[in-house]
Design a protein around this ligand. Sequence first.
Ligand SMILES: [Zn+2]
Length: 239
Amino acid sequence: MHNPYGLKDGKLLTASEVDRGLACNCTCPACEHRLQSHQGQKRAPYFSHYQGSDCGAGYETALHLLAKEVLLKEMKILLPELKVTSDASIAFTGTQLEEKTLVKPWQQITVDSVTLEKRIGKIIPDVIVKKGKRVLLVEIKVTHGIDSEKLAYIQEKNLNVIEYDFSKSIGIVDKKHITKVLTNTYKGAKKGFGRGQWINHYLMQETIEELNQVYISKNPRDLSKKPKKAIPYAYKPYR
Ligand SMILES: [Zn+2]
């Protein structure tokens, strides 16, 4: 994916807002390499790394910066809906027999602080927001989602993590688009398209276990059946 964003005097600019070529005086938001802008007729303006191979992270880092800017300005975030189900009922019967809503749809919360890419233990979340004692990690997906190592750490430490997916967005993802996805209603948005998804919620695992207990107590005989499939988590971040 071509990177449309360059950094100039600490500000993010698109390739169409700057002078052509090296005269743009921009650097890569990720690796600080000097950039040159390309403004041809055929494709949307973009930046490339001058005399060097592209680090490939410019666009992604630019979106992290924009997400932080947006959250700092708005000081609120739209939480995606979160329903969990008994994974035992899915394993034994193939259906979701017990279900609980942990986060209602359209829930918008105000936040107290917003921090960019600060290390938490083994991982570096894209953006960290805090509300009182609660910490929420915001992941911005452009090309790469959360890898298995990061996911394992998130689940081990039981961190609150939402991933906002911009990988299917058409055209340049700008501040307006990010603002919409991160803070406003996603009504009308297609399922799974450009909106948040819970990767983990601090109550998720214990609620699944509670629901499993409810399911087993109602259907004790199911335990002697052979499970149809094994599902470690009722909620699957990657569909
Ligand atoms: Zn770079």
